[in-house]
Design a binder for this molecule. Structure first.
Ligand code: TXA
Ligand code: MG
Length: 337
């Protein structure tokens, strides 16, 4: 495995060569690290499933670096006029960005990428390294998050090295991911657009552009379901229980547990109530000032740290359910199953 912490032309060339040879390259995006393969090489796609130990029914996201590449992957002619208009609006306003769109699939895309579905997940990430890599590799990279199936998504290159290490040919270390939760997945093929996975792009921003959307399981068009919707997903190995702010404030401290607060105010109130002498190193705060974007950016890495700290249980505080808060609560709920 080759690890590049300086991403220059040589690093990009080595990565593009690996992708073209059917190997896997882990790369940063603005949401989480991706495990990339040539989107049109079925053998390379099979390696992704193998490396992640991912069930075959879980389709991949195809990443592009230009609107000109959309039609290589998605067949927009199969959308009705209303859906086509929504696509144009969203693609122009929100791409590049943390939004994945479910669209009719172009036949050239291997079935393995979409797990046999007639639809394909398409994303235009907002990250210089990701975009340079996609361009160097010919315009389309299939990539799930670079974690073993069901485990936390990596927001730092070290996470990828620890979790997948020798299963990848190259790791590009672009530093920590700015957003820290995966992209929002929006199904555009149904009559009413539907958020299949809340993520880095808020429902509010999407609705401001295209009107009301639903939240929930995939329509019958995208059978059987989007595995990002599996109840237990994105989970740390330590068991996690989720509490409202008020419930959290009532909990008595114990040294075997880890404590995950959203904000400094709540943590301080709680600390004042419990007289704690030792074990403060098991107390974590997502954002000192209660900022949702800051909290999302460190969510997975904090869970990752807690997982390595060996607590018996994690007590986590729900965050306000607005904007990115919905994606954070969604990940905490799945972690708690
Ligand atoms: O932010 C992200 O989206 C990251 C970075 C690397 O881009 N990628 C990511 O990929 O989170 P992954 O594979 O871990 O999650 C993709 C989600 C899964 O929940 C999958 O089931 C869903 O997208 N998905 C993919 N194709 C789909 C389709 N045709 N219909 C419905 N859901 C689909
Ligand atoms: Mg994933």
């Amino acid at each position: 495995m080759r690890y590049f912490s300086i991403i220059d032309d040589a690093a990009l060339r080595a990565s593009a060569e690996a992708l073209c040879a059917g190997e896997l390259v882990a790369f940063p995006t603005e949401t989480v690290y991706g495990l990339g393969a040539d989107a049109f090489n079925a053998l390379a796609l099979a390696k992704v499933f193998e490396a992640k130990q991912r069930p075959r029914f879980d389709p991949l996201i195809i990443h592009i670096a230009s609107l000109d590449s959309v039609e290589r992957v998605a067949d927009l002619s199969l959308l009705n006029a209303a859906a086509r208009a929504r696509f144009d609006t969203l693609a122009h306003a929100l791409w590049p960005g943390p939004l994945t769109l479910i669209l009719p699939k172009q036949s050239a895309v291997p079935e393995l990428a979409t797990s046999g579905l007639p639809t394909v997940a398409l994303r235009f990430p907002q990250h210089d390294v990701a975009l340079a890599l996609i361009r160097a590799a010919g315009g389309a990279i299939a990539a799930p998050s670079a974690n073993p199936f069901g485990y936390l998504s990596p927001t730092r290159a070290e996470h990828v090295r620890e979790q997948l290490g020798e299963k990848v040919a190259v790791i590009l270390d672009g530093g920590p991911c700015a957003i820290g939760v995966e992209s929002s997945v929006l199904e555009l093929v149904s009559d009413i657009p539907r958020i299949l996975r809340p993520g880095g792009m808020s429902r509010e921003r999407i609705e401001a552009l295209i009107g009301a959307v639903e939240l929930g399981a995939a329509s019958t068009v995208t059978k059987p379901h989007s595995p990002g919707q599996l109840k237990s997903h994105y989970a740390p190995r330590t068991s996690l229980t989720l509490h409202t702010r008020a419930e959290m404030l009532e909990l008595p401290w114990d040294s075997a547990s880890a404590w995950l607060f959203f904000d400094g105010d709540t943590r301080n109130l709680w600390l004042n109530r419990c007289a704690i002498n030792a074990g403060r190193d098991r107390i974590y705060t997502l954002s000192e000032h209660g900022n949702l974007a800051a909290a999302a950016a460190v969510l997975f890495e904090t869970l990752y740290k807690i997982d390595h700290a060996g607590a018996s249980v994690i007590h986590a505080q729900r965050v306000p359910s607005v904007g990115l808060g919905n994606a954070i609560n969604d990940r905490l709920e799945r972690a708690s199953v």
